[in-house]
Structures are given as structure tokens and as C-alpha cells.
Design a protein around this ligand. Structure first.
Ligand code: AMP
Ligand code: MG
Length: 501
């Protein structure tokens, strides 16, 4: 630890750090001390998460502006930037690294799980290249809202512990207020972390990283006959499951570069992410995704592409015989499609109230999606209104109203009723089970945009607060929150999202 870090420890509240990444070989990371900001102000502190992490929530809330801006470094922190490479829109960059994020350390949470605590936007690191190491307030608020919404939806994702405004401007296309988000992750190890070592020809380092990942995210694998192959298979399985969850929720990550693909299976770095309003598999929101590489419906295929890049890095560990290593890797990658399809179909079937198996189930799911696409119906509302329809055809009205051509949906509803008639649950039970997987409220783009606008333009965080409240219980119809379930009016529609780097 540098002396400047030590000097700053006095004012800080205790976080019981238990750092492991800092113990890994030196070239895996670089010391990076947050750059102080002039006038930090705590916008939001996630008290329940702090308690789950085993932190002193009272002390952190009191000193949050200093700690979560990086102005005060808590005792025991070993701030560092992690090294990683990555394929960005298909182009390989051998060294990216944390250019605007600083890992301050790890804690063991109250469930015994190791979690990273990272300040994103806290100033330059040795990996900043030409960047300023800063984040604008807008993307900080967006990440806060979506991280916590993903948690409430039950989709694995990094969490948000705090958000601050720095009191300093950041210079993008225009001058914007600066912010810092404190991000919590199972780890920040990415496919790109493996690629960084592979690109250096560092097989020993790959083994060290793999062993670290196994101990941390996939315990038990170390005793397998081929632990590194089993690791690859396990990461593939989690990625297939994760992307199926995204599709079932209408989520578009936006920038699925290999450096934004976490080995733990959490959703990470969803800068220009968005949720679908109208269903369209080709939908893209991200301003930088001009070719639609990361469109909603392309995400499963990109997930497999990313896993193939991971597999390449692991080849030297899979088998001493190169051709055998390639065969093993190909088999593992080849399984991805079936794994994804199983997770996706199970998830989509649950959305329409099916839990037993019959031959025509896939067609039934696809029939609904096709009707939705033809009629441009709102993804979230369609499934939520279908929960009402599950209570009986007298309640079909709100669902049918979403479809311009009701013939489409009427034919589908008839087939669906015939099929659900062979499920064991009562109508009321089916509706309740469906409501637990089909959210009423998702972080709609126009709501996020409105919250950001009010915060940036007027320093008004009330919309941000209200939106977080609305998203905290997405599967309930709560009085007072009905407006958050509504799709945007044409004038409110958000056509593009930005990652704000
Ligand atoms: P991202 O698009 O956020 O996934 O970032 C891609 C790469 O660019 C990572 O290596 C980031 O650390 C780096 N980066 C993004 N924004 C900045 C910034 N403002 N300053 C320095 N590095 C940045
Ligand atoms: Mg990234």
C-alpha cells in the first residue's frame, strides 16, 4: 500500500476486507488509488446490501460521501485496477483493464460468499489510456437502477452499493456532472481476464487464474479428473442460463464484448442496456452497436461466441495433446446451444404457465412470440396480461386489447387453453405462479431517461428514488405504482441508449 493511501485511512469506517485478488501474480493487476474529488455528495446508499455484505451500515452512511467517492480509503483496502483484454465488437484488444474502475477490496458476506467492492468512475488507473477515469452521473444512475432491478427480478447481476455525485464536471459530447458508482460483484473476472493472459502466452498465469476462479465460483471442481474442462463446461452452463434469463425478461445487454462477460455468470457492464418495450427480436438500442451485433435476439449466439473465446484461452490446460484439447473445447462449445435452448424453453414455458412437457410446447411459445412480433405488442405487458387470462376467458380483454389484429391472439389463446387444460394446477394457481415469473414493472427506458434528466438538469433525485421504489417489487401489482407498468407514450419513447464512456 502506498503512503498516500495510509494517510487517508484515518477518517474511514471499517469494512472487513479479505482481499484475494491482490495476492495473485503482480501482472494480473496494478495499484490504482482513487483521485479525490472536490465536493462529493451521497445520492444513494443501499443499506440492505451493506448489511448483507457484513459492513457497518451506520458508519458507511455517515461517511458515505467520502468513502464512496474515493476521497477516504477505508483501512484494509488495497485499491487496484484489474488487467484484462477483450474482443470489442469482434476486434481483439490485448490490453484494456480497469480504466475507470478501482477494486478497493473484497469482503466475505453474511452468507459466506466472497464479494468485490469496486468504485467505478473514481479516477485514472494505469489502464486508463486516453480516458479520464471518470463516469458521468447519468450512466451511474442507469447502472444503479438496472443493477438493483435485475436483483429484484432474480436475474444474476452485479449490485449497486452506493452512488455519489462528485461535484466535478466530466467532459463528453457536452459537459456533464460526474458520478461514482460503488459496484459489488461475485468477482470482476471476465472472459477478457483469461484472454489477457493467453495473449501473453502465460500458461502458468492461466492455471493460477483458473484455480482462483474454481475456488471462488465453482468450488468442488478441483477434484474432478479434468478440472479445467469442467470449469469451461460450468462457465458455459451459467452463461447459457444467464442469457436465457435475459431473453425471458426482454433484456438487451447492449455491449456483450468479451471484457463485459463475467466468469461468475453475473450480468456485468451493461452500459447501454435496455429492456424491450414492443417485442422485436432485431431490436437494438445502443448508439454504438451500428451493425446490430448485440441485438436482443442475437444474444444467445454471441454468448456462444464469447464462450468460444474463453475456450481458446484454456486450450493449453485442457490436454497436453493440442488436437485433443481442441476436440474437448469444441464439444463443450457445441453443447451450448442445447443448454441455452433448455433454459430458454423452460423459462418461456413458465411464462405461459406450462410446467409439464408435451411435444408442441416449443411451437406454442413461438406462436405467441410471432403474434407479438406481428402486432408489435409490449413484451412485458403481454405476459403480465396473460396471467389475468389464466384466470379464465372472461379476463382476456386487457390482453386482446394489446393486439391490433385480435384474430392472431384469439387463435393462440384457444390453443393455449387446450394445452393448459392438461396442466395439474387450477386456473387461480396457474395465474399466481405465472405472476411470479412475469413482472409487472421493469426498468423501462423512458423512466430511466426521465430520472436521469431530472437529476442532471435540475439536481432532482426524486424520480430516481421513486423509480427504485417501483422496481423493488416487480412481480406485485402495488397501488400507487401502476403508472410504472405502462409503456412509453410515443413522445416518451427512447430510441437510443449510450454507455457514457
Ligand atoms: P466499457 O465500455 O465500460 O466496458 O469499457 C471498455 C474499456 O474502456 C475498459 O477497459 C474501460 O476501463 C475503458 N474505459 C471506459 N471509459 C473510460 C474512461 N472514462 N476512462 C478510462 N477508461 C475508460
Ligand atoms: Mg467493460
Amino acid at each position: 500500500m502506498t503512503s498516500s493511501v495510509r494517510e487517508k485511512t484515518a477518517a474511514a469506517a471499517p469494512i472487513p476486507f479479505d482481499n484475494s485478488y491482490a495476492r495473485l501474480p503482480q501482472h494480473f493487476h496494478a495499484a490504482a488509488v482513487p483521485t479525490p474529488v472536490s465536493e462529493p455528495w451521497l445520492i444513494k446508499f443501499n443499506r440492505p446490501l451493506a448489511i448483507e455484505l457484513g459492513l457497518d451500515a451506520d458508519a458507511l452512511e455517515r461517511e458515505g460521501a467520502a468513502i464512496f467517492s474515493g476521497n477516504a480509503i477505508p483501512a484494509g483496502a488495497e485499491p487496484l485496477g484489474m488487467a484484462y483484454a477483450g474482443h470489442q465488437f469482434g476486434q481483439f484488444v490485448p490490453l484494456l483493464g480497469d480504466g475507470r474502475a478501482i477494486l478497493i477490496g473484497e469482503v466475505i458476506d453474511i452468507h459466506g460468499r466472497r464479494r468485490d467492492i469496486q468504485l467505478k468512475g473514481a479516477g485514472k488507473t494505469p489502464y486508463s489510456r486516453r480516458g479520464d477515469g471518470r463516469a458521468a452521473l447519468g450512466p451511474v444512475l442507469r447502472e444503479y437502477i438496472v443493477s438493483e432491478a435485475m436483483f429484484a427480478l432474480g436475474i444474476p447481476a452485479t449490485r449497486a452499493l452506493a452512488a455519489v455525485v462528485t461535484g466535478e464536471p466530466v467532459y463528453r459530447e457536452r459537459v456533464l456532472p460526474g458520478g461514482v458508482i460503488t459496484r459489488v460483484a461475485a468477482s470482476h473476472i471476465r472472459v477478457g481476464t483469461f484472454q489477457f493472459l493467453a495473449a501473453r502466452g502465460d500458461t502458468e498465469g492461466l492455471k493460477v487464474l483458473s484455480d482462483h476462479v474454481i475456488a471462488r465460483h465453482y468450488p468442488g471442481i478441483e477434484t474432478q479428473e479434468r478440472p479445467y474442462l469442467t470449469l469451461l463446461q460450468a462457465v458455459i452452463e451459467r452463461q447459457a442460463s444467464l442469457i436465457a434469463r435475459w431473453l425471458c425478461a426482454g433484456f438487451i445487454h447492449g455491449v456483450m464484448n468479451t471484457d463485459n462477460c463475467a466468469i461468475s455468470g453475473e450480468t456485468i457492464d451493461f452500459g447501454p442496456c435496455a429492456f424491450l418495450d414492443a417485442y422485436d427480436p432485431a431490436k437494438v438500442f445502443s448508439s454504438i452497436d451500428r451493425g446490430g451485433r448485440y441485438a436482443y435476439g442475437r444474444q444467445p449466439a454471441i454468448g456462444q461466441w464469447n464462450m468460444a473465446r474463453l475456450a481458446e484461452t484454456l486450450l493449453p490446460l485442457l490436454d497436453p495433446e493440442p488436437s485433443e484439447a481442441v476436440n474437448l473445447a469444441n464439444d463443450a462449445i457445441g453443447n451450448y446451444g442445447a443448454l441455452f435452448q433448455t433454459h430458454w424453453l423452460t423459462g418461456m414455458k413458465a411464462k405461459i404457465g406450462l410446467h409439464t412437457e408435451e411435444d408442441g410446447d416449443l411451437d406454442l411459445v413461438q406462436g405467441l412470440l410471432s403474434a407479438m412480433h406481428r402486432n408489435e405488442t409490449d413484451f412485458t405487458l403481454t405476459f403480465r396480461k396473460l396471467c389475468d387470462a389464466a384466470e379464465g376467458s372472461a379476463k382476456d380483454g386487457p390482453l386482446r386489447d394489446l393486439f391490433a389484429g385480435t384474430a392472431d391472439i384469439d387463435a393462440w389463446l384457444a390453443a393455449w387453453r387446450e394445452r393448459t387444460g392438461r396442466e395439474p394446477l387450477s386456473d387461480a394457481q396457474t395465474a399466481a405462479v405465472m405472476r411470479a415469473v412475469n413482472p409487472a414493472i421493469i426498468p423501462r427506458n423512458h423512466r430511466i431517461e426521465q430520472a436521469i434528466r431530472a437529476a442532471e438538469d435540475d439536481g432532482d433525485f426524486s424520480l430516481f428514488e421513486a423509480l427504485n421504489d417501483a422496481l423493488a417489487r416487480p412481480y406485485e401489482d402495488r397501488p400507487g405504482f401502476a403508472a410504472y407498468a405502462a409503456p412509453p407514450a410515443p413522445s416518451e419513447e427512447v430510441l437510443k441508449t449510450f454507455c457514457g464512456t
